[in-house]
Ligand binder design. Sequence first.
Ligand code: SF4
Length: 748
Amino acid sequence: MKKRSHKDHKGLCVLCTFVSLCDFLYLIIMKLNPAEILDTLCEGGSVAAQLEHFEPRQAQLDLMELIIKCFNEDAIGAAEAGTGVGKSFAYLLPALHFAALNKERVVISTATITLQQQLFGKDIPLVVQASGLKIKSVLVKGRGNYLCFRRLEEALSEPELPLSGDPLGGERDELDRIAQWANTSKSGGREEIPFTPAENMWSRVCSDADLCMGKRCPQQTRCFVLALRKEAAAARVIVVNHHLLFADLAARREGAGYEAAVVLPPYSRVIIDEAHTIEDAATSFFSKEFSKLSIMRHVGRLYRRRRAQRNGLLVRFCSLISDGEGSLDTLVAALDGIRLAAGELDSPALDLCGTEGVFRFSPNSKDGGEDAARSAALFPLLNSLRKKLLAFTGLVRDLLELVPEEDGENAAGRIAAVWELKSILRRFETIAGICSAFSEYRERRHEVMWIERRGGSDDALPGEKGQWAVFTQSPVELAESLKESLFSPNKTVVCVSATLALSGSFNYWAIRSGAALAQEKSLLTGCFPSPFPYSRAALLAVPDDAPLPDEPEYQDFVNHAVGRLAAVSDGSALILFTSYQSLRSAWNVAQPELQNLGIRCLKQGDDDRSRLLQTFLADTRSVLFATDSFWEGVDAPGDTLRLVILCRLPFRTPNDPVFEARREAVEKNGGNPFMDLSLPEAVMKFKQGFGRLIRRSSDRGVVAVLDSRLIKKRYGAFFLQSLPETRTSFSDFPGILRDTEDFLWSPR
Ligand code: SF4
């Protein structure tokens, strides 16, 4: 008799109907009600009532409306929101409401830890409480921020760690203190440690994706990272940084798919704040690098000899196999070969970096040219290192076959040692791959191979002690991979920043980020101006008699101008340079003058970034001389900052290898490298620098730009148009000094 399937019914099958109805309901998105959410941020609204110094802002409501639309229409959003718009509430409200309504997960990614902490510690709890939403949120940092119990145990079991009083330092004591803290810590997060562990000590005990044994780890029941993963799986809102987001997206694109938990649990709605940085963040994530230092660190993990004692992973590994002693000698000899080859490579590579500190293997350099000849000398050394690395990994992989099954006595320790060893083998194989990529640089046009000198002081000169060369392989274009991994697979991607548009157009950002390639989706954009009264609170001063930056007198002009301007403002000044050489030159002239006036001078490189900023914020008469990274992310409201000096328009220097390769790619595709890349990039950075001045509606101050190209060159108009309307002083230097003084000190 024929079996009757549930599908054989003539009418509708209850089961099928139920299943397809469930599928259907699953696919239906409950749309956000814009009026309801906007109301919460209007006068008397539930969220507005919780905010200190609340002022209704139309720009904030307009921004929120755009973001609601992105959620309701599964669209990509790009929004430029000026300082003070209140962008975090404008995206948190739609995101949290959407997550609660649809039981979906939303990932919020930012560039800086400061913003992550503000969102997770302050803004999200406020929105949750005020809106009565039942939403769990979690802040997930990169693995390297959390302690790994297994690695800690292993480090503690190393017999040769020096005790306090030992000339090599009290590593054992520091480790004991970390262990004590770990036993009572709730999160295992590095920032919770009541002292600052040495970098090399923390790197030995922090979690590392390559070294994590996951479900096979003997410490899994108390593991901080696994506990956090569980928490994230139960959360509807996850706050991360761009690096972690890219780690997750890359793993998904490489085959893990979008339905499973990878680095993060699955999601399909993303908000990216500080979105102007995504191309740089993705470049750094997708670049691969090695140095003599990183190789030596691995070599040290594998084998160390201290007095008569032999230690390290190889010693433990060889104790697991028969005739281990003989094998150990062979492996140590192979390791010595790696050490030697890495050492031989470093010195000529540093020479190649010359005074600029960087060298690009350019596929355009002629075979007979000087650059090509200089770089060619490196290939035999790279090849030798590659061979030595692969010879070593080959030897170990053969011996791994001889390790007995993973059970029996001391199995956990054995598994851990083999696990760590395999991860170093993978790392060595990656480095061997980078060596090959360098040798094939002429064929690999989608990548840039370059060497950079690191170490020494910030203004390091060639040959200074403590320097090393870093070999990096970076992708030239990221638009396609960002489209494939971020913009296309996710239903909603909202990108927000204070600088995304150029004269109201998002073209540049959309092309560079890959958003423009996701043509199956609508791209909703909008500019939301700052509510701050720039037209009366800010003066833009440009000396029209300043020499042009390529003229020999320019640096001398800057050296004297910065001190005189900072004297007029009585300190409270941030002086931004585009190179450390220029900073040093101006510092040498201006610092003694300002010091005589009792004004404290601070210089990038003298302390770490956050301590330097704290000192600057605490002393309202101080002056901070800084470069690159200080053009953004400095938040100094009130009297701490009344003068920002931008010494030069921030065009990237021609010795930036990745940027140069990108310029060449634009040209090859028929574009104009200056108009399509250099200029928009510089304008974005200029806007960031300008944005340091006014942080509150009561702030008042001057931005002095010592680069007269701003008013003399045609392209200067692009920079000027990108700024909010301010008062201006375009005259000779004595004129702008007078105007600065009047603006800052005359009674209003
Ligand atoms: S599961 Fe991974 S991170 Fe956690 S303790 Fe084990 S090895 Fe460390």
